[in-house]
Unconditional design. Structure first.
Length: 221
């Protein structure tokens, strides 16, 4: 879900289009065949959100209490599957996705090595496919996000011999200072899981990695 279009920018564009210039250049936010474009804005500081979708052939507008809901309604108006955010997990529980994507390969989700895990996944986890690889979508308890991730990875490793070294974070360089259970924590967890898999392949033990972290971060406050 992209952020809402700046109100001033949208007002300018809307006025421009209402003056007929849209027709002069061929019309539409997206030309035919280029897919659906959705613009979202808010009516004032506390008003409802409006989303307008254009697929090059028609436009649909929907209004709702949140930007996500307005966008979802537009997607449904075009016959698409709408994404809606889940309600927050219960206190002390965390949602995350673990992917089995070993370095240099991506076994098919129906690979025989996953048969047992697919039949008996850890409690709170559901097997699924993520970018062509086997994954577990989980809602698990833990004092913090990384505690829940670590416990789940340990359970999978002990029971099935698989290291789930991917938290489905595609751009680990992105950052958000949103607390121990937010997006930033997922990015940190992704980096730590990658180190847990790749370090031993290069001859670094888990103890070496822990010592490295303690040495580097020790004086940092």
């Amino acid at each position: 879900m992209s952020e809402a279009v700046d109100a001033a920018q949208f007002a300018f564009e809307l006025g421009w289009r209402l003056r007929g210039l849209d027709a002069a250049v061929g019309g539409g936010w997206r030309r035919k065949g280029a897919g659906l474009c959705v613009r979202v804005w808010r009516d004032g500081d506390a008003g409802p959100w409006t989303a307008v979708g254009d697929d090059g052939e028609r436009r649909e507008a929907r209004t709702a209490g949140t930007a996500d809901e307005a966008t979802a309604l537009v997607h449904e108006a075009f016959g698409l599957t709408a994404w809606r955010p889940q309600p927050p997990a219960p206190p002390g529980w965390h949602r995350f996705t673990l992917v089995h994507r070993p370095v240099g390969e991506c076994p098919a989700p129906d690979d025989p090595r996953y048969a047992g895990l697919r039949a008996r996944p850890p409690e709170g986890c559901v097997p699924e496919e993520a970018a062509g690889c086997f994954a577990l979508r989980c809602e698990r308890p833990g004092a913090r996000l990384l505690d829940a991730v670590a416990a789940t990875c340990a359970e999978v490793g002990e029971g099935y011999g698989l290291l789930m070294a991917d938290l489905a974070v595609a751009r680990v360089e992105e950052w958000a200072a949103d607390g121990a259970d937010g997006w930033g924590a997922e990015a940190v967890g992704q980096l730590l899981l990658m180190a847990a898999e790749r370090g031993p392949k290069l001859g670094y033990s888990v103890e070496d990695l822990v010592r490295f972290l303690r040495t580097v971060a020790g004086p940092v406050r």
